[in-house]
Design a protein around this ligand. Structure first.
Ligand code: NAI
Length: 500
């Protein structure tokens, strides 16, 4: 039986940091170290402003990192990568695996260069037998590549066992997902030493995850299960979004439709919110990876099937922009547009593949003057995503929603932050961990940033007719219409069409 006492997580990003924090809290007898080549990120993990904004994360990191009454610290963030690898019995590799930009498979295949570099580093640094866990999302077969690299570069007498352990957390709910996972997949070689390594990792999770949720399967099934899960989740969004287009045309209501369809227990209610489109660093990348794998395996029909999920997402964003332009008398030239929300979803400061980037760039092409407010995304991040300089004529980042909406002709909601919602059912509380840092190493914003938007006040500030284009079906349309707004929601026929 293999025993794990010390764990090293290579890659302190959205996955590595929160995962390590949860293990350190739930298994206080283990030493958990997070290492990263990005020294700024490590410094931020060691500060009060964590590099990742995630509700309740700071509360988890701080006591494990700094110790508290009755507990020794067991969570370390370090740039001393080789030393920490040497000390570990088990190494998680949770580095980035983005879509390749150039070369074979460009625009589809995953770029495994960071993963390969990290694997080579483990191979060279380790001085004792080590379990290497592939945590990053990768194409199936990657574990084989890792086994080859590890074996070819190992120090004499050192043996490695590779496991696949894909991560299913969702940003914005990472802590909850990690504490209460639906399942943990542990893929291993079907050999005695493979199973021994899998059991050692299962013992780590068993500190807080019920045994029946720990699933052992072969490496390739495990790797493919992650891609399949993301593809099917994204497919639900594209499916409901395709119906939103029909709803808008026939005067059906997408929210009623989603509710009615989701009541079927075989379908279920989750991931059926129609919106301007999905974003985030994973869905598009993982589906394109799946498309590439399918093409490589000479399965063009399978590739085409999954590619459509991405195409419908792009169609949905384009449709939304078209609706804005058409509603506003076909010209946005010199009109002020307030954009509320820039993160790809609420409760994260992450903007990777955010629909906001695509929509705002399209609005820029229409010569609109755009003022953006997001409670967690920093100005520099927004400017970088839009590829504009500070002081750009078209783009202004506002520090309050009211500044953004002052004299605006339209408000465009692109992230479903609770603070933008005037629906009765949503919670009023700002996300926890206000001081817990935000994405990309920025300063935490004060809590008034998350105060509920007073839509009556917004209405008074705006030019008339005051439009709201709700890309997330976040506001109660009827209530805003009573306040005098013209509201265009996803999957609901345009008000102007109805009055014509
Ligand atoms: P990230 O970009 O936030 O973090 C990756 C970190 O790895 C970076 O800080 C980078 O500096 C570091 N790194 C890269 N090469 C390294 C090396 N050789 N040695 C040490 N550190 C190195 O990425 P994120 O979002 O945490 O994703 C990581 C992986 O997990 C990806 O494969 C992703 O597909 C997967 N994943 C991401 C989820 C998410 O919601 N972000 C959810 C589930 C899986």
């Amino acid at each position: 039986k293999r025993e794990v006492k010390s764990i090293c997580c290579i890659g302190g990003g959205y996955v590595g940091g929160p995962s390590a924090a949860v293990i350190a809290n739930k298994a206080p007898h283990l030493l958990v170290t997070v290492v990263d080549i990005d020294a700024r990120r490590i410094a931020a993990w060691n500060s009060d402003l964590l590099p990742v904004y995630e509700p309740n994360l700071f509360e988890l990191v701080q006591p494990a990192r700094d110790g508290s009454s009755g507990r020794e610290p067991n969570l370390v963030f370090s740039t001393d990568i080789d030393q920490k690898i040497r000390e570990a019995d088990l190494v998680f590799i949770g580095v980035n695996t983005p879509t390749k930009k150039t070369g074979l498979g460009a625009g589809k295949a995953s770029d495994l260069s960071w993963l390969e570099a990290a694997t080579r580093r483990v191979a060279r640094a380790a001085t004792k037998d080590t379990i290497v866990v592939e945590k990053s999302t990768v194409p199936c077969g990657t574990a084989n590549m890792m086994r080859e690299i590890l074996a070819a570069n190992a120090q004499p007498g050192v043996k490695f066992e590779v496991l696949s352990n894909p991560e299913f957390l969702a940003e914005g709910t990472a802590v909850r997902n990690l504490l209460h996972p639906d399942r943990i997949l542990i893929g291993c070689l079907e050999t005695e030493s493979g199973y021994a390594a899998a059991n050692a990792l299962a013992d780590v999770y068993a500190n807080w995850v019920p045994r029946e949720r720990l699933i052992t399967l072969n490496l390739w099934s495990s790797e493919l299960a992650k891609l399949a899960a993301n593809a099917m989740l994204a497919q639900r969004i594209s499916s409901i979004n395709s119906f939103s287009a029909i709803c808008e045309a026939v005067d059906a209501n997408i929210q009623d439709l989603a509710y009615a369809v989701g009541l079927d227990t075989r379908i279920g209610p989750k991931m059926l919110n129609a919106s301007v489109g999905f974003g985030g660093s994973c869905f598009k990348k993982d589906i394109l990876n799946l498309v590439y794998i399918s093409e490589s395996l000479h399965l063009p029909e399978v590739a085409a099937y999954w590619r459509m999920v991405v195409e419908v997402n792009e169609y949905q964003m384009a449709r939304f922009v078209k609706r804005i332009v058409n509603s506003m008398y076909s010209t946005l030239s010199n009109k002020k547009i307030a954009v509320l929300g820039f993160a790809y979803k609420k409760d994260t400061g992450d903007t990777r593949e955010s629909a906001a980037i695509t929509v705002v760039k399209s609005l820029m092409a229409e010569n609109a003057s755009i003022h953006i407010f997001d409670p967690q995304v920093r100005e520099e991040q927004i400017m970088a995503d839009l590829q504009v300089e500070r002081g750009d004529k078209q783009i202004t980042v506002s520090s309050s929603p009211y500044d953004a909406c002052q004299d605006a002709h339209a408000v465009v909601i692109l992230t479903e932050w609770d603070m933008f919602s005037n629906k009765a059912s949503k919670t009023l509380a700002p996300p926890a961990n206000e001081a817990g840092g935000m994405a990309n190493g920025g300063a935490a914003k004060p809590s008034p940033k998350h105060e509920k938007v007073d839509w009556a006040r917004v209405g008074e500030l705006m030019e008339k007719p005051a439009y709201v284009f709700d890309g997330r079906n976040t506001v109660d349309k009827a209530v805003l219409e009573d306040l005098g707004f013209r509201v265009e929601a996803i999957g609901v026929a345009s008000s102007s069409r109805l009055t014509m």
